[in-house]
Design a protein around this ligand. Structure first.
Ligand code: UDX
Ligand code: UDX
Length: 461
């Protein structure tokens, strides 16, 4: 089946960039990205490309090229569902907050609502692509909803999980390690898989496009994220051991990463991983394992999250202990709020949890982040801090305007500009004794100590 019209439901961090690249590389296909959030669609359509709702290096250039040509953003969900041959479901699948599987299972209510809407509106055959990360066998459920609500139309379901990482999304989309497409092993299923393979083949070499059955594809996405997160928790757990023994985590990480069987990626110690995926997907994996009666397997994967929380807590404790022991004014400048550099996304950012720990210990915080807005910081904190008071947190537009008010700076995100700051000048102005808590080990600890700061990193002296 030759695809002429694509609809993507969900104009978020995944749907927006992915569809922009698909449209850019396939000028002959109309791509309509729809979302129920009118403000978000308005932002995607804004003339000033700085106002796109997602900040991602390289994104605005692609949007500029394709928008209005064959890439469109709209709130008219029904119209574009009806007109399309292929529909990507790219809505969020948060962890369930109530009901069966509360706190672990993925909440599929948005995915299911999309399936229902597609069934109600469709008058012609369609290929439905699961882009959202979902539990294994969700495709079955989607199929069931589609078939029971519309018997006149043939629906083929594909799973095409996204492996882009925020901050490098455009590069990851442009030169992916692999594209994974899962489909049914029937003639119609294979035909649907081929339609999607053809779209990606416009720019991805065929040998990098992997086709599997539906369930392998769904499970591969969850496990890829679990493996990546597992490496971070492994290195983070060792950072504490390094502190106890006098080894240096940066040296250990380099030494083990040079073993080609291990590899050097995802061995950077940090105050904890964040982002919308790792925690949610691991919780989901744990839930699935436990539902199958595999308690040992579930416990194994859950430990990754336990270490992640421990890392955030012990970093917070280091700050709290210094304030108490040295009797310092309880006030900290947090540099960085995004969950990693080069994104404005703050979901599950370690900064939120550290800030919460500090606030719970009556420590005031000021926050600077080059891409995150004040209202987002307030929103994040009001979700985790009981009786959150806006007045205990100040959002600062220029990090060092009132530098003489603090003894303590905590680095929460590895933004490049933090490394480039003139730390000599900052030291001259900051209140003494001056402390830097480096939650990302991005500063040269020896230089920083030479300047005069007390330096506290992770897993190194
Ligand atoms: C995506 C995936 O969909 C998720 O499963 C994966 O694990 C992470 O990435 P993401 O694009 O990051 O999510 O989410 P978000 O930025 O929240 O975007 C989802 C969009 O879907 C939102 O703009 C929301 O308004 C929209 N939406 C949600 C709809 O249009 N309709 C709905 O019914 C629900
Ligand atoms: C992740 C996966 O990488 C991607 O394939 C999937 O599609 C979505 O989830 P993302 O969460 O956007 O992507 O970013 P990622 O680069 O994986 O970073 C996740 C978190 O881990 C960040 O907080 C990052 O700072 C942290 N991290 C990463 C470390 O602490 N140490 C590392 O070595 C690498």
């Amino acid at each position: 089946m030759k695809i002429e019209n694509i609809c993507c439901i969900g104009a978020g961090y995944v749907g927006g960039p992915t569809m922009s690249i698909i449209a850019q590389k396939n000028p002959h296909i109309n791509v309509n990205v729809v979302d129920m959030n009118a403000d978000k669609i308005k932002a995607w359509n804004s003339k000033n490309l700085k106002n796109l709702p997602v900040y991602e290096p390289g994104l605005s250039k692609v949007v500029k090229e394709a928008r209005g040509r064959n890439l469109f953003f709209s709130t008219d969900v029904n119209k574009h569902i009806e007109q399309s041959d292929m529909i990507f479901i790219s809505v969020n699948t948060p962890t369930k907050m109530s009901g069966k599987g509360k706190g672990y299972a993925a909440d599929l209510k948005y995915v299911e609502a999309c399936a229902k809407q597609i069934a109600e509106v469709s008058k012609s055959n369609k290929i439905i692509v699961e882009k959202s990360t979902v539990p294994v066998r969700t495709s079955e459920k989607i199929k069931e909803i589609l078939m029971s609500n519309n018997i006149d139309v043939d629906f083929q379901i594909l799973s095409n999980p996204e492996f882009l990482a925020e901050g490098t999304a455009m590069r990851d989309l442009e030169i992916p390690d692999r594209v994974l497409i899962g489909g049914d092993n029937t003639i119609e299923g294979k035909r649907a898989v081929n339609s999607l393979v053809e779209i990606y083949s416009s720019w991805v070499p065929k040998e990098n496009i992997l086709t599997t059955n539906l369930w392998s594809s769904e499970l591969s996405k969850l496990t890829a994220n679990a493996f990546l997160a597992q490496r971070i928790s492994s290195i983070n757990s060792l950072s504490e051991l390094c502190e106890a023994t006098g080894a240096d985590i940066e040296e250990v990480s380099k030494a083990i990463g040079m073993d080609s069987r291990i590899g050097s990626s995802f061995l950077k110690t940090s105050v904890g991983f964040g982002g919308s995926c790792f925690q949610k997907d691991i919780l989901n994996l744990v839930y699935i394992a436990r539902s199958e009666g595999l308690d040992k397997v579930a416990d194994y994967w859950e430990q990754i999250l336990i270490i992640n929380q421990h890392q955030r807590d012990r970093f917070s404790k280091k700050i709290i202990d210094v304030i108490r022991k040295k009797n310092l004014e309880p006030k900290v400048l947090l540099l960085g709020w995004a969950f990693k550099k080069d994104t404005n996304d703050t979901r599950e950012s370690a900064a939120i949890y550290v800030a919460n720990n500090l606030l719970n210990n009556n420590i005031k915080i000021d926050v600077y982040d080059p891409k995150v807005a004040e209202h987002q910081i307030n929103f994040d904190l009001s979700n985790v801090t009981p009786n959150y008071e806006k007045s205990s947190v100040k959002f600062v537009e220029q990090p060092f305007l009132n530098i003489s008010e603090y003894n303590i700076i905590a680095l929460m995100t590895e933004w490049d500009e933090f490394k480039a700051f003139d730390w000599d000048i900052i030291y001259k102005k900051i209140k003494k004794p001056a402390y830097i808590f480096d939650g990302r080990n991005i500063l040269d600890s020896i230089n920083i100590k030479k300047i005069g700061f007390n330096y506290i990193g992770l897993g190194r002296k």
